[in-house]
Design a protein around this ligand. Structure first.
Ligand code: NI
Length: 164
């Protein structure tokens, strides 16, 4: 399966709103396989479709490398339906290589979505996996972790990234 090309900041596709998936057909399933393959081939715990240039609401998350005991999640049209608590932790992003920042997130989330067979699923999780889900769902709304840090830090980071 081909590995897909990761789009990097400041490509404007990363700031677009992705569309809901209407039909999970064989083309979408085959794209999902490629997306998961691309995640597996990178040092990351999650990926969102817009990061490979496809503006559709599809994410894959697997935090096992950093936090054993979880499995692979492929979620279509994911929505956060409940969240609670706060935590701050270091985040990075495949689309912004070489940069990390401390980001404040909800500690616990409930996400409803479709799985790759079109079944409704509800995921309730906390900690690192909850953060990964929030990060990837943000991508579907054109939000990067850079957008969630304080203005001053963000300006500094963006300037550094643009210099590279
Ligand atoms: Ni990311």
């Amino acid at each position: 399966m081909p590995k897909l090309k990761i789009i990097k900041y400041p490509n404007s596709l990363l700031q677009e709103l992705s569309k809901e998936v209407i039909e999970i057909d064989t083309e979408v399933r085959s794209f999902i396989d490629d997306l998961v393959e691309t995640m597996r081939g990178s040092i990351c715990v999650g990926i969102a479709a817009p990061q490979v240039g496809r503006l559709q609401r599809i994410i894959a998350v697997d935090v096992t490398p950093k936090n054993p005991g979880h499995g692979e999640l492929v979620l279509i049209n994911p929505k956060i339906t409940a969240e609670s608590g706060k935590r701050k932790g270091r985040e990075g992003c495949l689309s912004i290589p070489g940069f990390v920042a401390n980001i404040k997130r909800s500690k616990k989330v409930t996400v409803s979505a479709l799985d790759r067979d079109g079944n409704s699923v509800e995921i309730e999780t906390r900690g690192f996996e909850a953060v990964a889900l929030q990060h990837e769902i943000d991508h579907l709304d054109g939000i990067l972790f850079l957008d969630r840090i304080t203005d001053m830090k963000r300006d500094l980071l963006k300037r550094k990234i643009e210099e590279i």
